[in-house]
Design a protein around this ligand. Structure first.
Ligand SMILES: Cc1cc2nc3c(=O)[nH]c(=O)nc-3n(C[C@H](O)[C@H](O)[C@H](O)COP(=O)(O)OP(=O)(O)OC[C@H]3O[C@@H](n4cnc5c(N)ncnc54)[C@H](O)[C@@H]3O)c2cc1C
Length: 521
């Protein structure tokens, strides 16, 4: 097969995993041609990410990949934790009937890759069986040497985004290293096929009679697949622990304990240990890092792929504006500072979850046991064992936060916060319903409450929100207005984050905000 690689592209993406493929689709939606260089011949195999957050569903929705995701995935809102055989926690994530997406959807990672790939259009292409071998950086771009099915080829790119995963070649080529810690505790990851009638929930058992001393997690996936994760003892040899003769009896014992009696077969067995690692900066001149190439966070709390998709959502519009000459190059520095901040928050949450799921020492084990014992009778203690599932991180302190007036009724929509969702009625209240988040993901949007705001910059789309449209009162309350008819402007970034909010309808405040933050020159 002859490679169809061009000689020069505006953006090359190293790695066609879920983050690289999604970024490619997002960039093309912004009008930026790009190529994805992927070492493997197709989508990933085996069991990796399965829990896709509401925020990730929104990002995938920007390129239309939400429809197949929702058709295939299994939505869920909560879970149950057990100490031995007693239920000690039944948690629910924030959810309401007017919401667009479930808080979490379970689906195998290879489906996410397939849907993101399908969302790529003619200006974006993936080159399978192409491996990045070396990277030479220059002030105005990079030169990649790529191993293709018909020999080595060179590719010039104005920009390179490294999405080539935890063992990133690009990172090595630039002489960069991840910083942070790794945990010793190991989990065996097992996928099995078995039919079940059980509700879709996150299920956890601590010290269950089926596997005394262990912690077991179970998640349903599409295609009658269960994902079962269990902790192995510190003195167990990992190579032995993944042998089917050691795995299958443990799984059978647990299925029996919980009353799942249908026949089953194993599909996948691997081993995992939690890592809290990040690059200190995700921008190195014309090279940007995203997803696992930039950071590795523990799977507990499901922040790996979910945060990688957030990287892609943050980067796509900024890179597009810089390439199109609408913003100065330094806008990309904010990609790095915002997403490194998000990683550090994700690592802090993920580390707490890991220390609970796989206590690193005797003291942690003792504390966990105490919390679990107390939780049986004391509902207040149950908060301690909540699994802290992934949620979007606020960009507090970002240079893109343009400020706000005083006098809002809440901080939900403060600059740097993810723009709150609201269900609105179109055509001034006479049309069909739509969610605010459906209007985000492409360009700047200014929510115009209680009137009109002539004179908004040409690259900002006005979205009027009247009391008649706000049928559930969600928009004015969540955006901090005092009443449904109050006049106010809220500037929302292309990635659905609030940039600034102001009382009244003075469009000049929006222009000033874009200039003072350096988004426009
Ligand atoms: C057991 C397990 C469970 C997980 N569960 C969850 C979960 O529920 N939710 C969640 O959010 N996250 C989860 N994660 C994390 C998630 O799988 C990763 O964060 C995610 O795969 C990162 O995507 P990525 O595209 O950045 O990297 P990857 O998926 O690693 O993709 C990188 C791609 O780059 C390619 N590549 C590598 N080197 C080169 C090269 N030199 N040239 C060209 N291509 C190259 C690779 O072939 C690969 O396709 C889990 C991970 C594991 C291991």
């Amino acid at each position: 097969m002859k490679t169809s690689l061009p000689d020069r592209v505006p953006v090359a993406i190293a790695g066609g995993g879920p983050v690289g493929l999604t970024l490619s689709a997002l960039l093309w939606r912004q009008g930026i041609a790009n190529v994805v260089i992927e070492a493997d011949e197709g989508y990933c195999t085996g069991s990796r990410a399965i829990c896709i957050s509401r925020r990730s569903q929104e990002i995938l929705g920007w390129v239309g990949a939400d429809a197949p995701l929702l058709a295939k995935g299994l939505g869920w809102v909560g879970g149950r934790s057990h100490f031995r055989q007693t239920e000690v926690l039944h948690f629910q994530m924030p959810s309401e009937v007017t919401q667009r997406f479930a808080p979490m959807v379970n689906i195998q990672q290879f489906y996410i890759e397939e849907y993101a790939h399908q969302a790529m259009a003619e200006g974006a292409s993936v080159h399978w069986n192409h491996q990045v071998r070396s990277v030479i950086t220059e002030s105005n771009g990079v030169t990649l040497t790529i191993e293709t099915p018909d020999g080595e080829r060179q590719l010039q790119a104005d920009w390179l985004v490294a999405c080539d995963g935890g063992r990133s070649t690009v990172r090595d080529q630039l002489g960069l290293q991840l910083e942070g810690t790794q945990y010793e505790g190991r989990y065996v990851i097992v996928d099995i096929r078995q039919k079940t009638q059980r509700a879709v929930e996150r299920l956890a058992w601590f010290d269950p009679p089926s596997n005394p001393g262990s912690t077991i997690l179970m998640h349903r996936q599409p295609d009658d697949v269960w994902r079962i994760d269990y902790q192995i003892r510190d003195d167990e040899d990992p190579a032995e622990a993944v042998k089917p003769e050691n795995v299958l009896p443990r799984v059978q014992s647990h299925l029996q304990m919980i009353g799942e009696t249908e026949p089953w077969e194993p599909l996948w067995i691997s081993i995992y240990n939690a890592k809290c690692l990040t690059l200190p900066s995700y921008r190195h001149g014309r090279v940007l890092f995203a997803g696992d190439a930039a950071h590795l966070v523990p799977i507990f709390g499901v922040r790996g792929l979910n945060s990688g998709l957030d990287d892609a959502g943050n980067l796509a519009w900024k890179l597009a504006r810089v390439i199109q000459g609408a913003s100065p190059e330094r806008l990309l520095d904010s990609y790095s500072t915002e997403r490194v901040h998000a990683t550090r928050e994700n690592i802090a949450y993920g580390a707490k979850s890991t220390e609970f799921m796989a206590p690193p020492d005797f003291a942690f084990r003792l504390m966990r046991e105490a919390a679990l014992r107390l939780a049986v009778d004391d509902p207040h203690v149950r908060a301690l064992i909540n699994p802290r599932q992934s949620s979007p991180i606020e960009y507090t302190g970002s240079t893109l936060n343009a400020g706000e007036d005083a006098g809002w009724t809440n901080a939900l929509a403060a600059p740097g916060a993810p723009a709150p969702e609201a269900l609105l009625r179109s055509d001034g209240g006479n049309g069909g319903d739509f969610h605010l988040s459906q209007r985000f993901g492409l360009g700047f949007v200014c929510l115009v409450f209680g009137g009109t705001a002539p004179g908004l910059p040409s690259d900002v789309q006005a979205l009027p929100v009247t009391a008649a449209m706000d049928v559930h009162g969600q928009a004015w309350q969540r955006y901090g207005l005092r009443h449904a008819d109050e006049a106010a402007l809220v500037l929302v970034r292309p990635d659905g984050y609030v940039m600034g909010r102001w009382h009244g309808l003075n469009a000049a405040r929006v222009t000033q905000a874009l200039q003072s933050t350096g988004v426009s020159e």
